[in-house]
Design a protein around this ligand. Structure first.
Ligand SMILES: *Cc1c(COP(=O)(O)O)cnc(C)c1O
Length: 357
C-alpha cells in the first residue's frame, strides 16, 4: 500500500493550550476513495480542507455512512500511543458490512493512521487529560438519487486536538430515562457506529437538556424496560457490590471502553462483573434502597462519566452522594487513563507506541 503525500502551502498556527472537543483540526487528513472500478484506490495524505460533494451525493439523502472515534495520547517524554486502534477499524468493518459499504482493510487503514498521526505528532497536547481525537468516517458518494448500494465511497480520517474532558474536575452528570423515544431495536443499526443512529437520538437529547438533565438513559425498543445505553456511551451500575452492564443484545453499541472496563474490573480490580439484561425497575429500586452505589457511562471521549442523578417520570433518584464521584468510577478512570498515556504498564497489550520523541 502506498500513500501519496500532498504538501500544504502553509501550516496552521498550533494553539498554545487546547480547549474543548472537535473544533480544531490539524494540517492534514487522510483520504481514500472507492471508485466505479470496484476497488479502494491508493490513499492520500493531504491538507485538511473541504471535500467536494454534488447536491445529489447519496450520503446527503440516505445516510449510507459510518464513523469511528478513538484517541492518540502523547506524554511529556514525547511518546505517542494509540489505544486499541485496530479494534476501532474492525468495528468499522462491521459497520460497513451492515450498510453495504465495501469494507476498508483493517491493516491498511491502521498503517495509514499511524503515518498520519506521526506526521501530526506536534499537534498532540501533552497536559494531563488531553489527547488527539481521531475521527475516521466512510460515506457513500453516489451521484444519483436511486436508493441502492452506491458505487463510489470516500474514507476520511481527520485529527482534532482535544482538551481535558474534565477541565474543571471530574463532574457527575444527570440522566433522564427516555420513555417516549427509542434509539435502536435488534435487527436495526444500533449495534453499529452508523451515522443515522445519531440523527434519530438528537430530539430526545435536546428534550432532556431542556428539563435539566445532561444525557438520555435509553431503554430497549421492544419491552421499554431494559436499560441499553446512555447518550452515546455504554452504561455500568455498581449494584449490591457487583459491577453490572447490559449484555450486548443486538441493539447496543459494543464500546471499546466498555470492553476495557469489563476486563480491567475483572482482572486488575478483582470485581465481579455481570453482563445481562437490566430492568430499569431494578435500577430505581437499587437507588431507593441504597444497593445502587455508583452509575457511570463509558466511551472514548469521557472514558468514564459518573452519574449522580437519574430522573424518571418526573421523580429524581440520587445515586451515591450528589456531586461526588464513586470509588469504583474514580479507580477505573485512573487505571484506564494511566494505561492509555503510558503512566502504567499495559499488561493487556492495548496500546501501541508509534513514536517515542
Ligand atoms: C461510540 C459509542 C459508544 C462508545 O464506544 P467506545 O468504543 O467506547 O468509544 C457507545 N455507544 C454509542 C451509541 C456510541 O456511538
Amino acid at each position: 500500500m502506498s500513500i501519496t503525500f500532498i504538501k500544504a502551502d502553509k501550516l496552521k498556527q498550533k494553539p498554545d493550550k487546547v480547549f474543548g472537543f472537535g473544533k480544531t483540526f490539524t494540517d492534514y487528513m487522510y483520504v481514500r476513495e472507492f471508485g466505479p472500478d470496484g476497488k479502494w484506490g491508493e490513499g492520500t495524505i493531504r491538507p485538511f480542507d473541504a471535500v467536494e460533494l454534488l447536491p445529489c451525493s447519496s450520503v446527503l439523502h440516505y445516510g449510507q455512512a459510518a464513523f469511528e472515534g478513538l484517541k492518540a495520547y502523547r506524554n511529556e517524554k514525547g511518546e505517542v500511543r494509540l489505544f486499541r486502534a485496530r479494534d476501532n477499524f474492525m468495528r468499522m468493518r462491521g459497520s460497513c458490512e451492515r450498510l453495504c459499504i465495501p469494507p476498508v482493510d483493517v491493516d491498511e487503514t491502521y498503517a495509514a493512521l499511524v503515518e498520519l498521526v506521526k506526521l501530526e505528532r506536534d499537534w498532540i497536547p501533552t497536559e494531563r487529560g488531553t489527547s488527539l481525537y481521531i475521527r475516521p468516517v466512510v460515506f457513500a458518494d453516489e451521484r444519483s438519487l436511486g436508493v441502492h448500494a452506491a458505487k463510489r465511497y470516500k474514507l476520511i480520517i481527520m485529527l482534532s486536538p482535544s482538551g481535558a474532558y474534565y477541565a474543571n474536575g471530574f463532574a457527575p452528570v444527570a440522566l433522564k430515562t427516555e420513555r417516549e423515544y427509542v434509539r435502536a431495536v435488534k435487527g436495526g443499526t444500533g449495534a453499529y457506529k452508523v451515522v443515522g443512529n445519531y440523527a434519530a437520538s438528537i430530539l430526545a437529547g435536546e428534550l432532556a437538556k431542556a428539563q435539566g438533565y445532561d444525557q438520555v438513559l435509553w431503554l430497549d425498543g421492544v419491552h421499554r424496560r431494559y436499560v441499553e445505553e446512555v447518550g452515546a456511551m455504554n452504561i455500568f451500575f455498581m449494584l449490591d457490590g457487583k459491577l453490572i452492564t447490559p449484555a450486548l443484545n443486538g441493539s447496543i453499541l459494543p464500546g471499546i471502553t466498555r470492553d476495557s472496563v469489563i476486563k480491567l474490573a475483572r482482572e486488575s480490580m478483582g470485581l465481579s462483573v455481570e453482563e445481562r439484561p437490566i430492568d430499569i425497575a431494578e435500577v430505581l429500586d437499587g437507588a431507593r434502597s441504597g444497593a445502587l452505589t455508583e452509575v457511570f457511562g463509558t466511551g472514548t471521549a469521557a472514558v468514564i462519566s459518573p452519574v449522580d442523578r437519574i430522573g424518571d417520570n418526573g421523580v429524581d433518584y440520587i445515586i451515591g452522594e450528589k456531586g461526588k464521584v464513586g470509588k469504583v468510577s474514580a479507580e477505573l478512570f485512573d487505571a484506564l487513563t494511566a494505561l492509555q498515556t503510558g503512566r502504567a504498564l499495559d499488561v493487556f497489550g492495548w496500546t501501541q507506541v508509534i513514536c517515542d520523541r
